[in-house]
Design a protein around this ligand. Structure first.
Ligand SMILES: NC(=O)c1ccc[n+]([C@@H]2O[C@H](COP(=O)([O-])OP(=O)(O)OC[C@H]3O[C@@H](n4cnc5c(N)ncnc54)[C@H](O)[C@@H]3O)[C@@H](O)[C@H]2O)c1
Ligand SMILES: [Zn+2]
Ligand SMILES: [Zn+2]
Length: 393
């Protein structure tokens, strides 16, 4: 089959690889019909190379048609139309029972000390072949895949794999009090969907911050107060003015470790990107060279006693954190990968009836798998136009 594979920093290719096979009785194989490109994939493209091997298949936002099922793949049947959550979980362990599917005890990656395995996301998460491919093997297939009805286009359901549950969990964890305010930092697909969900859930004062004009405009069109970080004014003061002088009750950080705005961090970051893997990995693990600009801004913005909800992905160990400020402000912080299946019951009604979140118009680009390398490049460089990409294998 054809699959999008990683070969090095900013080097992904469409290669001919072996078709996946059923390996465990709990597996299934799907033929992928649509598969998203995510901001998380850009971290692999730019900085997480030390955790990848040439030939690794990327992608974790797939949907498609079941082609083959193992003997213990539960209710799943050949021909079912399914969306596949990006994390692989069993649905019946201690963690899954609590809605912590990201910590599933059946799929935790013990060698790396990581949580549940993820599709297409480095050795840290089990080096499981990803979904930007013609076919995909799905472990724990009796639980993960979400059956969706025939009829509507793929885009109606595709974002149940990652964007919607991630944004939903981000808003849930932000815990905005009645009548309260929320800042969404970063207006990529995750931040943008979080704005839609926040408004849908009745949060009136939603402020979105980014530095890409097109993305800020998108948020404004929803009814969000959009602010431009690059405008040069004092963003913290500006947000305070909009939130009764105190700062927002909650901040949802949807940027992650490649934030703009930390020049010193940037140089270190680029150095890590250019080092041979053997040197770069320990640096990523321990030297604290990540770019924490967005996280620091989030901590500065949130009001005293407020809640910080972190959806953006961070790597590295000893990043200098403003611990004094965090402690002094009595912040509540919640974070982590989305527990995708935990939120399916909340989200399905939003995509099966009226398209209340506008998911059918969410993606800006649909491209054939063969053009994926070009799409990666554009998605990274042209953030104005290339907002959300869906690949069609
Ligand atoms: N927790 C999860 O389960 C989960 C799931 C999916 C994605 N993610 C992570 O969420 C983050 C966002 O994902 P995405 O697909 O929207 O990515 P994206 O790269 O498309 O969006 C990030 C946005 O942040 C903006 N930005 C950069 N620096 C900023 C700053 N200092 N302040 C404000 N905005 C800034 C960028 O201009 C961009 O619009 C990524 O880190 C991604 O890895 C997490
Ligand atoms: Zn994703
Ligand atoms: Zn489990």
């Amino acid at each position: 089959m054809k699959a999008l594979t990683w070969h090095g920093k900013r080097d992904v290719r469409v290669d001919e690889v072996d078709d996946p096979r059923i390996e465990e009785p709990t597996d299934a194989i799907i033929r992928v019909t649509s598969t998203g490109l995510c901001g998380s994939d850009l971290h692999l493209y730019e900085v997480l190379g030390p955790y990848l091997e040439a030939g690794d298949i990327l992608g974790h936002e797939p949907m498609g048609i079941v082609e083959e099922v193992g003997a213990e793949a539960g209710e799943l049947r050949v021909g079912d139309r399914v969306v596949v959550p990006f994390n692989i979980s069993c649905g019946h362990c201690f963690m899954c029972d609590q809605g912590l599917q990201t910590q599933c005890e059946m799929t935790q990656v013990h060698e790396q000390g990581s949580g549940a395995a993820l599709f297409g996301y480095t050795k840290l998460y089990g080096q499981v072949p990803g979904g930007q491919a013609e076919y995909l093997r799905i472990p724990q297939a009796g639980y993960g895949p979400v059956k969706v009805p025939e009829g509507p286009p793929d885009d109606r359901f595709l974002f149940l794999s990652d964007v919607m549950p991630t944004a939903w969990q981000g808003v849930e964890y932000a815990n905005v009090p009645a009548g309260g305010s929320l800042v969404v930092l970063g207006l990529g697909p995750i931040g943008q969907m979080a704005c839609r969900i926040a408004l849908h859930r009745g949060i009136e004062n939603v402020i979105g911050i980014d530095l890409v004009e097109g993305r800020i405009e998108r948020a404004r069109a929803l009814g969000v107060t959009g602010l431009d970080l690059s405008a040069g004014d004092d963003i913290v003061a500006h947000v305070r003015e909009l939130t009764g002088g105190r700062g927002p009750d909650s901040v949802l950080e949807a940027v992650g470790m490649e934030a703009h705005g930390a020049p010193v961090g940037k140089i270190a970051h680029q150095m890590v990107g250019l080092l041979p893997d053997a040197l770069a990995k320990p640096l990523m693990d321990h030297a604290g060279v990540d770019r924490m600009a967005a996280l620091h801004l989030a901590i500065e913005l949130v009001r005293r006693g407020g809640t910080l909800s972190i959806s953006g992905v961070y790597g590295g160990m000893l990043d200098p954190m403003p611990m004094m400020t965090m402690f002094d402000k009595q912040l509540t912080i919640r974070m982590g990968q989305a527990n995708v299946r935990r939120w399916t019951d909340d989200l399905l009604p939003l995509v099966t009836g009226d398209d209340v979140l506008g998911v059918e118009d969410f993606a800006t680009h649909h491209v054939p798998l063969a053009d994926a390398p070009d799409a990666y490049e554009r998605f990274q460089k042209d953030k104005d136009e290339w907002f959300k990409v869906v690949l069609r294998p």
